[in-house]
Structure formats: structure tokens, C-alpha cells
Design a protein. Structure first.
Length: 379
């Protein structure tokens, strides 16, 4: 008798087609948003030939990271550790929208793929699977609009593609809005962009987002694998696209056999794409059981990794603040003012972050008191 209720599958990709670890990087070490990172190693002809022979065990799948959103912009404005320490619970960061640059990049990514389809016969993604978070839905819709395809596209919203809900990280940017809000967002974008798109929701309950965020990398791997199961089980097309998050992209690679050390530093710049000729094979029940046992062991090590990562980011943020104090006081004052304004707007988490900042840079609190005193004297 099988331990599992349904068949278990293993996923891999044709390494003669794709080499994600060899992708071209930008100056920050991120995979670039360029055609060279999408184009197969030997062009699209071998891919199309393989897809013509498939019996739904192979698919060509594009993976695209979402465009730049508010929390990404804040990480660039300051540092990622500072963003992790001071901004994660702010009201402004709840399911954030793309920035103007993010919208432009999403359209640019769609244009790049359109050129590959027209000029090099790249496979056409008639189904686009997306995370339910606002930034991914916006990215998907703007990319679809730039593709300018004649046929109808299906936008399939999948909970399994959402951002990693890091263990005790509780980032507001990783929480999603309600299903009615998602539908309203989709309909607004459909009217605005005038695209021939229909939407499918996978029926997950909104109440899940009220839970404490305690996911490990293994949890993300498992739900990513479930999405791939759905794609291969329910999708008759030979090509689709996943619009997801940086962590989810790494889980796609882990599910396809890469180890954590290989994917840990392979980040994508916003709206960068990779393509995989993906294949699945049925696992023998004994192999599926062994995989489950290994993942259970890794779950605990991943939990410790997540907690250590959070602590490391907090400590690095303190070092970054100290560097601002010595070398970039205007940036430090901007951070104080940003948190101060959000505090005045009633954001209690901004107040907590401001108190934390004062502990690291006590002179800021003294400056604030002096400013209040001068204001009182002026009146």
C-alpha cells in the first residue's frame, strides 16, 4: 500500500537546452533580463522538435520574476538588511504594487519574448501561471499585453507560486490580498490593457493569510512541485509561463534536482526570464517515500537556516546603520524621516522600527528632542 494518496513525480530539465547556473549576470550578480538567458543553448528548433514528439511528459516552461515593487525599491534605496530589519511589517509594504519602473520592465520582458516568438519560433505560452500577490499579477498582465498574441491567454492564479513566507519573518510584502480584491485587480488591468485574458483561481482560502508565517524552503519546494503536478496533469499545452518570486524560482530549480548551495546565490533581476524543457517521471512508491524522509530531515535544517538568515540580516543592518552614521548621515536622516512620517500616519510598526533605529543611532533621538524644543521656543 502506498504512503501517498496520489502518484508522486520527479521533475528534471534537459541540460542540453538550458544552463541556468551559467546564465549571464548583471553587476550585482543577478540573472539579467536579456534574450540570451531565455534562448536555448542550440536555439528553439530542437525544443520544438521535442515538443512535437511529447505525450505530455515534456513541456517548455518560461519562469519570470516579477517586476520591481515598493519593497524592492526600498532595498535598493537603502540596503537589503536595513529593509529586512526596519520595513517588513510596515503598512505600506502589504502586498505592494509595482513601481513605474516595474511596469516598464514587465512590458519590456513581454516584448523580448514576442521578438523571440516572431524571429526565432520560440514556443508560445498560452497559459500563464502566477502568484496571487499583486506584483506578480501586474507583471503577468503587462507582459501578456506586450506579447500581443492573437489567441486568448489563460491567467491561472496559484497559491503554490507565492513568495516564501519565511520562518518567523512575517514580511507584509509576502501577504496577499483577498480573492475578491484579486479579481477586481485582474478586471481593472484587463480593461486598462485591453487584453484577451481569462482568469482561473485555484480556490485556496483567504483565511490562510491570517496564519503566522512559518515556512521553510522545503515547504516552498513542496507547493512548487504541486503546481508542476497541476500543470502536467491539467494543462494540455506544451508551453506555459510561471510568474513568480525569487525564492519560488529557486524552489523550481531545487525541485528539478539542484542543491541549495547551487541555487542560494542565483538571484534574478526583476522581470528576468529563464526557459526550461521540463520533463517528469513517475516515482516508485519507495523512492517517493525516501524523498519525503529526506525532505523531513531538511525541513529542520532549513528552519535553522531561515532563523540564522534573519539574525544575520539584523546584525548586518546594525553594521549598515553604523556605516551611515560615519559616512552617510543624509541617508540616515532620510531613513529616520521615512519611519517618522509613517509613525505620524498611525503605523504602529513604523514606531517600533523608529525606536529600534534610535537604539542603534541614539543621536537621532537627541536631534529629534532638540527640534521639538526649538519648535516650542519658536511658538
Amino acid at each position: 500500500m502506498s504512503f501517498f494518496d496520489s502518484p508522486e513525480y520527479d521533475y528534471s530539465y534537459d541540460k542540453s537546452v538550458s544552463s541556468p547556473l551559467g546564465s549571464l549576470l548583471n553587476s550585482e550578480g543577478e540573472v539579467r533580463r536579456i534574450k540570451e538567458n531565455v534562448r536555448p543553448l542550440h536555439g528553439f528548433a530542437p525544443v520544438n522538435k521535442a515538443l512535437n514528439r511529447t505525450n505530455n511528459t515534456r513541456k517548455f516552461i518560461y519562469t519570470m520574476r516579477h517586476g520591481k515593487a515598493l519593497h524592492n525599491a526600498m532595498s535598493k534605496e537603502y540596503t537589503k538588511p536595513i529593509s529586512w530589519r526596519f520595513f517588513p511589517k510596515l503598512v505600506d509594504n502589504f502586498d505592494p504594487s509595482l513601481t513605474p519602473e516595474g511596469f516598464r520592465d514587465a512590458q519590456h520582458a513581454g516584448q523580448l519574448l514576442r521578438e523571440l516568438i516572431q524571429e526565432e519560433d520560440a514556443p508560445i505560452p498560452v497559459i500563464v501561471y502566477t502568484s496571487p500577490l499583486r506584483r506578480c499579477i501586474q507583471t503577468a498582465m503587462y507582459a501578456i499585453s506586450a506579447l500581443r498574441l492573437d489567441q486568448k491567454i489563460t491567467l491561472c492564479v496559484k497559491e503554490g507560486l507565492r513568495e516564501w513566507k519565511g520562518y518567523d519573518h512575517d514580511h507584509q510584502s509576502d501577504r496577499r490580498n483577498t480573492t475578491p480584491h484579486i479579481l477586481s485587480l485582474f478586471n481593472d488591468l484587463k480593461r486598462k490593457l485591453r487584453v484577451n485574458v481569462e482568469i482561473e483561481l485555484d480556490g485556496k482560502q483567504d483565511a490562510e493569510d491570517d496564519l503566522i508565517m512559518r515556512e521553510t524552503y522545503v515547504d516552498v519546494d513542496r507547493r512548487t512541485r504541486e503546481v508542476l503536478d497541476d500543470i502536467f496533469n491539467d494543462d494540455d499545452s506544451t508551453c506555459s509561463m510561471l510568474v513568480l518570486h525569487n525564492r519560488s524560482n529557486k524552489s523550481v530549480m531545487r525541485v528539478m534536482g539542484h542543491i541549495q548551495d547551487e541555487v542560494h546565490k542565483l538571484d534574478k533581476e526583476n522581470c528576468a526570464m529563464l526557459g526550461y524543457l521540463m520533463e517528469r517521471t513517475l516515482l516508485h512508491p519507495a523512492a517517493a517515500q525516501r524523498r519525503f524522509e529526506i525532505e523531513e530531515e531538511n525541513w529542520h535544517s532549513d528552519k535553522m537556516m531561515a532563523l540564522e538568515e534573519k539574525q544575520d540580516r539584523y546584525e548586518q543592518a546594525a553594521e549598515d546603520i553604523d556605516d551611515y552614521r560615519r559616512n552617510n548621515v543624509p541617508k540616515l536622516l532620510n531613513l529616520r524621516d521615512y519611519l517618522g512620517l509613517r509613525t505620524l500616519q498611525g503605523d504602529e510598526e513604523a514606531l517600533k522600527a523608529l525606536v529600534d533605529l534610535y537604539q542603534l543611532a541614539p543621536e537621532l533621538k537627541l536631534m529629534a528632542r532638540q527640534a521639538v524644543k526649538l519648535g516650542d521656543q519658536a511658538t
